[in-house]
Ligand binder design. Sequence first.
Ligand code: AMP
Length: 296
Amino acid sequence: MIERLDDPAAAGEWCARERAAGRSLGFVPTMGALHPGHLALVRSAIAANERACASVFVNPLQFDDPEDLRRYPRELEADTRALDELGAHMVFSGTLEQFFPGRLDAAGTLPPGERVDPGPAAVGLEGDFRPGHFEGVATIVDRLFDVVLPDRAYFGRKDFQQCLVVRDLARRRGGPEIVVCPTARESSGLARSSRNELLAPRERERAAGIFAALRGAQLAWRAGLRAASELERGLRADLQRAGIEVEYAELRDPERWDLGRPEGELERAVALVAARVGGVRLIDNCVLHEPEDPPS
Ligand code: AMP
């Protein structure tokens, strides 16, 4: 039976006991409304560690849009059941005040001086369109790592830039090991997301155009196209044809994020898209120079 703890302090004690008993800890941070993508991360954590735990916390620090925060699905009971069925050992949640006791300001938020610098990977793309987002991510992930002190932490490649930010953070802290898991997709190719629940059936169909466009870029890459500008043009054209409102559709060299938007011929590339469908913000990406993620 899974242990459910509604207080990070209690979760910290549980983790400390497990570590003291010499057991390795795998950790999956989430915002809940768990879907098969999250559960695949948990399965990986269970497979590689003696104990696996997850957090479910809709972190207000990483939302730049109050309406997005308000609409975000919250299903802690169902999430706990799903984690229990998989064989996870502990799940915890908490309030912002419980995560940062005595540190919130009069408005009930964490003052800017208390937040963690997300580092250079936060520059561009999500960093431009969601100001403060990665600072909020780095702040809560840093705090969650302090609570759990895991051996390994699991993140999804769907949030590509977030993986880079978290990898940097873990490097600066001296751990944990960051394990990046493939993007889980619906049969249409649409990347699984808690936000997909907010899409009407026809919007969901339209949203599958994001994957189709990314796949198109990958096929072009495989056919030998390496020019950044042409790959990007094709990606945008496919998204436009699918009637998708694009926030960004760009290429990056995943090993040279600092270069920003690359020009000329590429050796490696990831294509990244953020789009709105029916008012719902969706992101996805595809590493063009690697084999496709296996279907899930
Ligand atoms: P979230 O609850 O959206 O914050 O996501 C929690 C973790 O699950 C993050 O590491 C996400 O990257 C990961 N995740 C979300 N959706 C997917 C997906 N479709 N495939 C793989 N991982 C995912």
